[in-house]
Design a protein around this ligand. Structure first.
Ligand code: NIG
Ligand code: FE
Length: 415
């Protein structure tokens, strides 16, 4: 990795506020001897988007980062953690998951890996199991997969409803999701409910009417699966604009299984993110490059459905902001591992290790329109991951290896 001028800080003996660093209380915790620190602040370190600082330290006070810079210049603090030459990166921001579910689709995966194509209709299997589950079972499931992801470095999760598809089951899914995260998405429009198979228009009325009324108080976002066999462009527009009118912000499952109107609709409606982006025309890429909608790529889905990879290189080269997330769900992508997605993005989607790391942290934050996470800079939330490796490049260089040594979230060591 490049080394460059490191951040300038006050000497240890006389810590004082600078434009880059706050005053540091001695009660703070300094993590020192970091071989390479990814800050995602281009004004720090080597001046690249990763803002990489070699031989670095980070100081945490309460839930915030209060100082970053060269380890030798770290201010005096009561608590010191020796990173012993490990790399430190921002906690991963997984901006797309579907964790409120019950049941299992091993048989469907097994059949697919034995030659059958992925069909989104498998969602109905999970809808039946989710409706039959108790609140406690669903909540325990969310907690289980979030804990699994946390151990792999994910400190922020978005998660969705979408396996209830009745007013009561969707509202309950969102209530349960909200017990575990602030980033909750209403996806009543995942597929047309089996109960409305003969009248999809009536289901759209439900999703934009009574179901939205019941769900909006529990969610920040509204999402729709815009795809052949799910919701077309007109339906998706009606659903997202109804949600926006109720104060929800839009995101969309777009262009996953085929070309379609989803990506351009996302840009037109000012959606925070268009997710999947597997089948894109030049006009879709141009639209993304001209707007501020993030393209969220979910390589776990292509891996688990043996589909073509999204063309990350084309998006990055066009200047589109790209996020990388897991899409963790029991059907198309049953992985909670962002490091796995980073490795796929580097190996198979031709992102550089730096781009993939940025997309899995700062990119996820952008997809959630958050500025407090996805970076390690003064004022950011103290969400950090220590890797058993000297640099973030090892996440792709050593795929499948559990490199996450420590996870800090809101200034507390949690794993
Ligand atoms: O993002 N594409 C739609 N929804 C999920 C799949 C859900 C499922 O198969 O259960 C996805 O891949
Ligand atoms: Fe999804």
């Amino acid at each position: 990795m490049n080394t460059g001028p490191a951040a300038t800080n006050s000497p240890a003996a006389t810590p004082a506020p600078t434009s880059a660093n706050s005053a540091v209380a001695t009660t703070a915790t300094a993590i020192v001897n970091i071989a390479s620190l990814v800050t995602n602040d281009p004004s720090l370190g080597d001046g690249t988007p990763l803002g990489l600082i070699q031989d670095a330290a980070v100081v945490i006070d309460g839930d915030r980062v209060v100082w970053v810079g060269e380890s030798s210049k770290a201010p005096a603090t009561d608590n010191r953690v020796d990173a012993a030459g490990r790399a430190v990166i921002p906690g991963f921001v997984d901006s797309h998951s579907h964790l409120v579910f019950a049941g299992d689709r091993t048989a469907e995966f097994h059949a697919r890996m034995s030659g059958q194509p992925y069909k989104a209709g498998g969602i109905r299997t999970t809808v039946a199991a989710t409706r039959a589950a108790t609140d406690a079972e669903l909540s325990a499931n969310v907690a289980h997969y979030m804990a699994e992801a946390l151990r792999q470095g994910t400190t922020t999760f978005e998660t969705k409803s979408g396996y209830g598809l009745t007013v009561e089951d969707e509202a309950r899914a969102l209530r349960i999701a909200a017990e575990h995260t602030d980033e909750v998405t209403y996806l009543g429009a995942h597929i047309v409910s089996p109960d409305y198979a003969d009248d999809p228009a009536a289901y759209v009325d439900l999703v934009t009417g009574p179901m939205l009324d019941a769900c909006a108080p529990h969610a920040r976002w509204i999402d729709v699966f815009c795809e052949k066999g799910a919701f077309d462009g007109d339906q998706a527009r009606a659903i997202l604009t109804a949600g926006q009118a109720k104060g929800l912000a839009a995101r969309i499952h777009a262009n996953q299984l085929s070309y379609g109107p989803g990506v351009q609709l996302a840009v037109e409606l000012g959606a925070a993110s268009a997710d999947h982006c597997t089948h894109l025309t030049d006009a879709d890429v141009d639209a993304l490059a001209s707007g501020d909608t993030v393209a969220t790529l979910l390589p776990g889905a292509e891996f688990s459905t043996r589909a073509q990879w999204p063309d990350a290189r084309r998006l990055v080269d066009a200047g589109v902001t790209v996020a990388l997330s897991t899409d963790c769900n029991p059907g198309s992508s049953f992985t909670s591992s962002v490091p796995f997605c980073v490795a796929l993005a580097v190996r198979d989607m031709r992102m550089t290790p730096d781009e993939a790391l940025w997309s899995a942290t700062a990119g996820g934050a952008a997809a959630l329109r958050r500025t407090d996470i996805g970076r390690v800079a003064v004022g950011a939330r103290a969400d950090l991951v220590l890797l058993d490796a000297p640099s973030h490049v090892h996440l792709a260089y050593r795929p499948g290896v559990p490199l996450v040594a420590q996870v800090w979230r809101t200034g507390v060591r949690v794993a």
